[in-house]
Design a protein around this ligand. Structure first.
Ligand SMILES: NC(=O)C1=CN([C@@H]2O[C@H](COP(=O)(O)OP(=O)(O)OC[C@H]3O[C@@H](n4cnc5c(N)ncnc54)[C@H](O)[C@@H]3O)[C@@H](O)[C@H]2O)C=CC1
Ligand SMILES: O=C([O-])C1=[NH+]CCC1
Length: 314
């Protein structure tokens, strides 16, 4: 451990981490991840089931040679019967890559929420069709909030329709976000006519069906990160053009990909660097599982900003 270990908490991260800086950093990381010579080392997440308590602990290490950043995120996700108030908690460890010594510990909540939403926004920027009138969000937890925030900032939606399993949570969501929301009584009602759909639930069975989707819509499928969990039905998975963050991750961790047998068309990073096309005239699905390299470059960005701020103070 370093002589002086830095701790950066969620409040300070909120102040330091700007979407306008995060988006280009993540785009570069996605492209590097999908390049032979991108300098990214990232094993597929190791996930330990904690069956007695209905939970999972994920370990997510990565190294980016181009950013000279070495990070591990520890993330726990527990289903509803847990005593914790939130289903996800995370801690990010930043190491000095020259000697492997731990330099900083960061709260992982804001990092996870912001980088996940930013990656969905990048996928949408590349894969959206011409119309961007209606955004639909299925789910009303912290990921729903972070997606609402960046999507309403980056795109000119006229309406945001939201559905979640419990009315209470959607009402809380509507009070939390800083703009208008149309609360829907069913997932189907929320999805009809939407140009972009985001699924951010803890569902383990499909909640989104291909027959509801407007042709040409883009879907960011963010939940269902276990090989036997689903958010999307086979009809949608098989009829859409399927993009993933990591092919290796998707065929190991995504129930929507594994159980539907859908064919992966490209990694998002391949689209960003221009080696695979964005098929904008068809319905597209971006299956996001979350990658350690996203946490790595985000943590490095935060640490660099933190150092500048602290030098200015002294
Ligand atoms: N792809 C990525 O990079 C990441 C994905 N995630 C995933 O995003 C999802 C949302 O995360 P949070 O907002 O933190 O979770 P959360 O647990 O706080 O919220 C989940 C929402 O889904 C709803 N829900 C729960 N079970 C459901 C079911 N069976 N059917 C329909 N709705 C249900 C809840 O009512 C709630 O509105 C989770 O699946 C999580 O694992 C989270 C972080 C990163
Ligand atoms: O990337 C991530 O942090 C996670 N993906 C699914 C659960 C947490």
């Amino acid at each position: 451990m370093a002589d002086r270990l830095t701790y950066i908490g969620s409040g300070e991260i909120e102040e330091l981490l700007l979407d306008s800086e995060l988006i280009p950093v993540l785009e570069r990381a996605l492209a590097n991840f999908s390049s032979e010579d991108g300098g990214v080392e990232q094993p597929v997440r190791s996930t330990v089931p904690v069956a007695k308590y209905n939970g999972f602990l994920g370990v997510m290490p990565a190294y980016s040679a181009k950013d000279d950043a070495l990070v591990t995120k520890l993330v726990r996700f527990y289903q509803a019967n847990s005593s914790a108030s939130s289903s996800h908690h995370a801690t990010v460890l930043l190491f000095d890559p020259s000697n492997g010594i731990l330099k900083a510990v960061m709260d992982g909540r804001v990092i996870t929420e912001k980088r996940t939403a930013a990656v969905s926004a990048i996928a949408t920027k590349y894969l959206k069709s011409k119309n961007l009138d209606i955004l639909c969000i299925l789910g009303a937890g912290p990921e729903a909030v972070s997606h609402y925030e960046i999507f309403t900032k980056m795109f000119p939606f006229k309406q945001v329709k939201v559905w979640s399993r419990t009315r209470e949570r959607v009402e809380k969501f509507a009070k939390t976000v800083g703009g208008p929301v149309t609360i829907c009584a069913s997932a189907k009602e929320a999805v009809l006519d939407a140009d972009v759909v985001i699924t951010v639930t803890m569902a383990t069975e499909p909640i989104l069906f291909g027959e509801w989707i407007k042709p040409g819509a883009h879907i960011n499928a963010v939940g269902a990160c276990r090989p036997d969990w689903r958010e999307l039905d086979d009809g949608l998975m098989k009829s859409a053009v399927l993009y993933v963050d990591s092919r290796e991750g998707a065929i190991r961790e995504s129930g929507d990909v594994i159980l539907s047998g859908a064919e992966i068309f490209a990694e998002l990073g391949e689209v960003v660097k221009g080696t695979k096309p964005a098929v904008r005239d068809r319905t597209t699905v971006f299956k996001s599982l979350g990658m350690a390299i996203e946490d790595t470059v985000t943590a490095k960005l935060i640490y660099d900003c933190w150092e500048v701020k602290n030098k200015q103070k002294s």
